[in-house]
Ligand binder design. Sequence first.
Ligand SMILES: [Zn+2]
Length: 144
Amino acid sequence: MSIITDVLALLETVRKKAEEINDSKISAELAALQGAIMKLQQENFEVIMENQELKKQIQLLHSIEVHENNIERSNGAIAKYRKDNKQFMICTNCWDSNKKIIQVEKSDSNNYRCPNCDNYSYFGDKQIHIDYNNSNSNGSEWPF
Ligand SMILES: [Zn+2]
């Protein structure tokens, strides 16, 4: 039983005694006081609910921060995710937009595909190297 419920029960007892002695003025004031305390009880309930929600949000933000510290980003939209001596590649599109850790599938030499959002990207620095001394060169990925 909360303190507010105890106070309301005491007030009800006192209000009944005021009715027994036919003191309508005190009885009316006690009824008003009961109403104010019931309103306070409702506000207290709302604050408790809001506090629980805020605690959940803080926990979620902390969890996001922990995950973010495990993520190694690159120029591409694929990142390395490290946790408990394990490492795998994840989709930064899914992480940045929905805070989902989605492991990507290796598609070819340096590219990965996300099974969740279909993001197709790479990890690392991807630069095109053009060999100007070779007219047949159509460029190649760097590092090569
Ligand atoms: Zn994705």
